[in-house]
Write a protein that binds this ligand. Structure first.
Ligand code: SF4
Length: 414
């Protein structure tokens, strides 16, 4: 096989603009944290951000910081510091790298953005356990460390059909958050402001979905590895005009690529699904490796997780409850299988890669026979890669590459 072939990652021009809006976002957060008249909320990535925005909070997402620690490979040095205070190497490595970075007084923010000296100090910590329990434990650590109030939502998990009763319980929990948030922010809850925030998030989500769906074209204009970077504004800037403008720009560029038959991978031969977390410290490496084999990884559960179909400004609370409950990670095996099946058909995929992330069972869906069931149903091969989102000690590059090469050979035979 031609591994010697030169791999060139095609640059997405809009990325320059994305770096600018992400920098503005962090500088504004930094300024807000230093200004007594502004309040900062830390929120889990699929938490009730729109509620916080409607109450005037600047919102910071620790998981985004976790991903930065992974992508810069700072995580490797930080994780042991959290292990040393009793946070196991087996639990979420976003949590351990982030807590470890705090203990070591390190953050990629100071390296990336001149003048920022640390994380924006929170006034409140807000979680939603829809994705896992680790997020609550993570923010609880900061609550104890910084003496900051923590509040949140407990969501049922592993669910198939979403019942009205389950959603009503989420709505009730969100309503219970309002009085303490009003007190901390000094602002009165205003349903119209919430409608505005939900409307902006909805538009952002629709555009992000369109961006990802450009990859239904063959060749696909953007790889999964590109998309993990491009999703930054959908994570931290949803609920803002800025994110909407960015995705309009990106969509235009990807549509142009499609119209001109330009693919992310030159000579695209195979199209794959990535199920599970990215391996943040190996994005470029992985991207180049697949390009060498004319193989495009072009659809994923992970990037789709910021598509919130149900947001509805006419019914903001209930639609937020639904949007944050119906995402993939909250659902049962049957739902997940059908979800992946649908994407395999729509994106005309040739195979599925499962990433078994050692420290994130919630996002490792290979562990209860799903790859084998999908192979049978879809008549396409699957491959499980052992690794982790941030802890590179759990990832063997040599083994992963040997397995991927063998997998691509299998696709060629097929
Ligand atoms: S879903 Fe996984 S990666 Fe995300 S916070 Fe939970 S354990 Fe960590």
């Amino acid at each position: 096989m031609g591994e010697e072939k030169k791999a060139t990652i095609k640059k997405i021009q809009a990325t320059g603009q994305m770096r600018k809006i992400m920098a503005d976002y962090f500088y504004e957060l930094d300024a807000a944290a230093k200004d007594d008249s502004q309040k900062v909320a830390w929120c889990t990535s699929v938490g009730p951000a729109e509620l916080l925005l409607s109450l005037g909070f600047r919102v910071y997402y620790p998981e985004n910081h976790g991903a930065m620690l992974g992508a810069t490979r700072m995580a490797t040095n930080c994780i042991p510091a959290a292990n040393a205070i009793g946070y196991s190497p087996d639990i979420c490595s976003y949590l351990t790298s982030d807590v470890g970075a705090y203990l070591r007084k390190e953050t990629p923010l100071t390296r990336a953005y001149e003048g920022i000296e640390g994380l924006p100090r929170p006034d409140v910590l807000v979680f939603n356990t829809n994705q896992c329990r680790d997020v609550q434990d993570w923010l609880s650590w900061y609550s104890r460390e910084l003496q900051i109030p923590i509040i949140g939502i407990s969501t049922h998990r592993n669910i198939g059909r979403i019942t009205d009763k389950a959603l009503e319980s989420i709505v009730q929990q969100m309503e219970d958050l309002i009085p303490p948030l009003e007190k901390i922010s000094g602002n009165k809850f205003d349903i119209d402001k919430l409608r505005d925030a939900v409307a902006l998030s909805k538009r952002c989500s629709e555009l992000w979905k369109k961006v990802l769906e450009t990859n239904m074209a063959s060749p696909a204009p953007m790889s999964f590895f590109d998309a993990t970077i491009q999703m930054g504004p959908a994570v931290v800037l949803r609920g803002s005009e800025t994110a909407i403008q960015y995705y309009e720009l990106l969509l235009k560029e990807l549509d142009e690529r499609t119209a001109n038959g330009v693919g992310a991978v030159e000579g695209e031969k195979f199209r794959l699904y990535w199920e599970g977390m990215p391996i943040w410290g190996k994005l470029r490496d992985m991207s180049e490796f697949f390009i060498r084999f004319n193989t495009a990884v072009i659809a994923s559960t992970y990037c789709n997780s910021w598509i919130f179909e149900s947001f509805d400004p006419a019914d903001p609370m209930m639609s937020m409850a639904r949007a944050y409950t119906e995402i993939f990670i909250v659902r049962d095996e049957d739902f997940k299988e059908k979800y992946i099946e649908d994407i395999v058909h729509r994106f005309k995929l040739d195979g599925i890669l499962f990433h078994d992330a050692k420290t994130c069972p919630a996002n490792s869906n290979n562990r209860y026979g799903m790859p084998e069931r999908l192979e049978k149903k879809l008549n396409i091969p699957t491959l499980t890669l052992n690794g982790d989102l941030n802890d590179l000690r759990c990832y063997s590059e040599e083994q992963a590459k040997t397995n991927i090469e063998a997998f691509i050979e299998q696709l060629e035979t097929k």
